[in-house]
Write a protein that binds this ligand. Structure first.
Ligand code: COA
Length: 158
């Protein structure tokens, strides 16, 4: 029985992330969605808001837990008895960065493996930044975000 950690900034969580989590629940006993506090990005949503939004939209999924973290990812994974880090690959361009991340994490802790899932074709072009830009400019984001997130993003952007 293996637990997996699915890490990210989740600023905000999108339907693409949710698709990954749903698919991961079929493979792992527990999926811990790990919301990173400090990632070098300048998030629109505060740390606690990102955690809360992810919790709300994933609350119906059994075997899924949402936890915020501000440590090394491998330390977080070990603390939560997870032997797998799960990452999504949307396009070939993701590969180089993900290869580096996986290599560094394996060096830090060789007992934790990174596993990749290719994103669903409907979400291959999706990123939190793009969705935020579309929302900011008044575009329709209903296909990309769950209802709770749409409401929050509208509130944030006035
Ligand atoms: N559907 C939709 N969007 C997706 C997606 C999917 N399936 N998969 C990735 N994305 C998007 C994300 O929304 C994000 O978009 P953005 O850049 O516009 O915000 C982008 O692809 C990838 O970012 P994200 O998934 O948030 O990952 P990240 O690269 O920002 O996160 C961490 C990196 C948090 C995993 C990494 O910084 C980390 O591990 N930090 C902890 C500290 C640590 O251990 N550092 C050393 C690591 S070697």
């Amino acid at each position: 029985m293996v637990n997996a950690v699915y890490p990210g900034t989740f600023d905000p969580i999108t339907n693409g992330h949710i698709d990954m989590v749903v698919r991961a629940t079929k493979m792992f006993e527990k999926v811990i969605v790990a919301v990173a506090d400090s990632t070098g990005k300048q998030p629109l949503f505060h740390f606690q808001e990102r955690v809360e939004l992810a919790r709300q939209v994933l609350s119906d999924l059994p075997g899924v837990e949402v936890v915020g973290f501000n440590t090394l990812l491998v330390d977080f994974a070990k603390k939560h008895h997870a032997r797998v880090i799960l990452r999504g690959l949307r396009a070939v361009s993701d590969y180089e960065y993900e290869f580096q991340l996986a290599g560094m994490n394996r060096n830090l802790d060789p007992d934790i493996e990174t596993i990749f899932l290719t994103s669903d074709e409907h979400y291959a072009f999706l990123s939190s930044s793009l969705v935020k830009e579309v929302a900011r400019l008044g575009g329709d984001v209903t296909k990309f975000l769950p209802q709770q997130v749409i409401a929050e993003i509208k509130r944030k952007l006035g």
